[in-house]
Design a protein around this ligand. Structure first.
Ligand code: ATP
Ligand code: MG
Length: 462
């Protein structure tokens, strides 16, 4: 009661006093020069400064620069409200309902500007919630449902997840402001949550996944106190909307550090909610080898600056499930084609219950899968038709991974590597003429088949 009264009277001041003062590091202590800041971010902080507001580059960009890495994007944090930010930049837009941010545009570039905000799922917030002030609401178990109140810079730092993510860089003065020892932690490669680990993970269980992702991406180790409660709290991920889990999973898988990320997830016992198929994959040598090849390949691709697609990744993760189902359907007497399509639908539907991945990927996933058997058909007009298939490349890349994972013959990818560039006569010579006797005996075993079927899901897979 008294605490609440004090808070009402002194407002933000009491909270920031509680958080202490920042440590301010000069250029010689951190080495980040303003020239390393994206020109659009620089323009943004300067314009805000000129209008009388404080403005910092914040979050991942400062962390990555400090570690000598190239930042993915530059975010700016300021004490100006979204409306005030809007007034400073002619080319800007208010985004978001839950917590408004402003996009500032320079040419093709966008900088995200957020207003300092406060969000502690403390007892005060819970009581305020009970009394009908719904600007800060927590669920009974401490989960933060909203965090849309503006705050001081100190409060803003306190509500961020890890110490290395709570660094503020002032490009004008070339200073880093920190409240939670992030610079030191960056130097010693420690991922440490800000505040009480149990409380912070309860507020937002996704932070546990972020811990695994950042540890993998930055090659940090998770501070023991931060790590300790994760195993117990992991089931809380079950309460997170599956669309958010899906996004988080994709961030991890397409980060360029998926191999380490997946290992980290499993080590922390975090994969049940986000990659439920992982146990089945990792408990089986054949599947494990394939997944390893898939993750390794995707990481390489991302690191070389190429894109990696969620559909491709999902096709990899679910391949063995689909194949097993396909075989079962065939064993139950379905024709190859029906067996395949039923299996694809069944596996995707099952995953949707667990992960809610968007249907828009289904088409591509199915194409990648169903192309696999077509790579085996190297007679007549079929290879030519396959070559002009819009997903030929993705299908071929998938086949390469199957070869690396020991799930298909290297001879097959060698053939397909040569075929597209071969001359007409070379191609003619490459075509593989089926032995009539062979084909017949296979058919007899499998029973009748529609003559027009997109033919032969080959025995190798089927
Ligand atoms: P990346 O390089 O992967 O983008 P990032 O640190 O920029 O890393 P973002 O997800 O872009 O990560 O978030 C930007 C910043 O917002 C973080 O650095 C962190 O300070 C804060 N943040 C994001 N998500 C959370 C969360 N769930 N809880 C607390 N703070 C968060
Ligand atoms: Mg970011």
């Amino acid at each position: 009661m008294i605490r609440r009264l004090i808070k009402k009277v002194f407002g933000k001041a009491s909270a920031s006093a509680r958080a202490g003062d920042p440590r301010i590091l000069q250029l010689d202590a951190h080495g980040i020069q303003r020239e390393q800041i994206h020109p659009c971010a620089l323009k943004t902080t300067r314009a805000l400064n000129a209008a009388g507001y404080s403005a910092f580059v914040v979050g991942g960009a400062v962390r990555d620069l400090l570690l000598g890495r190239e930042p993915k994007d530059f975010d700016v944090a300021t004490n100006a409200t979204p409306e005030e930010v809007r007034q400073v930049f002619r080319r800007s837009r208010l985004i978001g309902r839950r917590f408004q941010i402003v996009h500032v545009y320079c040419g093709a570039d966008t900088i995200e500007v957020t207003t300092f905000r406060a969000a502690a799922a403390d007892k005060d917030a819970e009581r305020e919630a009970e009394e009908g002030d719904d600007s800060r609401v927590t669920a009974a178990d401490g989960m933060l449902l909203r965090d849309n109140v503006f705050g001081s810079q100190a409060e803003d730092a306190e509500r961020r997840d890890f110490t290395v993510n709570a660094l503020y860089y002032d490009p004008e003065k070339q200073e880093i402001w920190e409240w939670h020892g992030g610079v030191e932690d960056a130097k010693s490669k420690v991922l440490r949550i800000i505040g009480d680990p149990i409380q912070r993970f309860r507020e937002d269980p996704v932070r546990m996944l972020r811990a695994a992702r950042f540890a993998a991406k930055l090659d940090f180790h998770i501070d023991p106190a931060t790590r300790a409660p994760i195993a117990d709290l992991a089931p809380m991920l079950g309460r997170i909307p599956s669309s958010r889990l899906f996004d988080e999973m994709m961030k991890l898988l397409l980060s360029g550090h998926a191999e380490r990320g997946v290992r980290q997830l499993r080590a922390e016992g975090l994969h049940h909610g986000i990659l439920p198929m992982l146990d089945a994959i990792l408990d089986n040598t054949e599947r494990q080898k394939f997944l390893h090849a898939a993750l390794h390949d995707t990481d390489e691709r991302v690191r070389q600056g190429h894109s990696a697609s969620p559909a491709f990744m999902l096709a990899c993760l679910l391949w063995f499930d689909m194949r097993a189902e396909w075989r079962r359907n065939q064993a139950n007497g379905q024709s190859d084609q029906t067996a395949l399509y039923d299996a694809m639908d069944a596996v995707l539907e099952r995953q949707r219950d667990a992960l809610a991945f968007p249907r828009r990927f289904d088409g591509t996933i199915k194409e990648i899968w169903s192309l696999q058997s077509r790579f085996e058909q190297r007679n007549g007009a079929r290879p030519f038709r396959l070559l002009s298939h819009p997903r030929f490349r993705a299908g071929y890349d998938f086949l390469l991974i199957r070869v690396k994972g020991g799930d298909a013959e290297a001879e097959l990818t060698d053939w397909w590597r040569r075929f597209p560039d071969a001359s007409d006569s070379e191609r003619e010579a490459m075509l593989i003429k089926p032995q009539p006797g062979e084909a017949k005996s296979k058919r007899r075993k499998r029973g009748p088949r529609k003559p027009s079927g997109e033919a032969v899901i080959e025995t190798k897979i089927g």
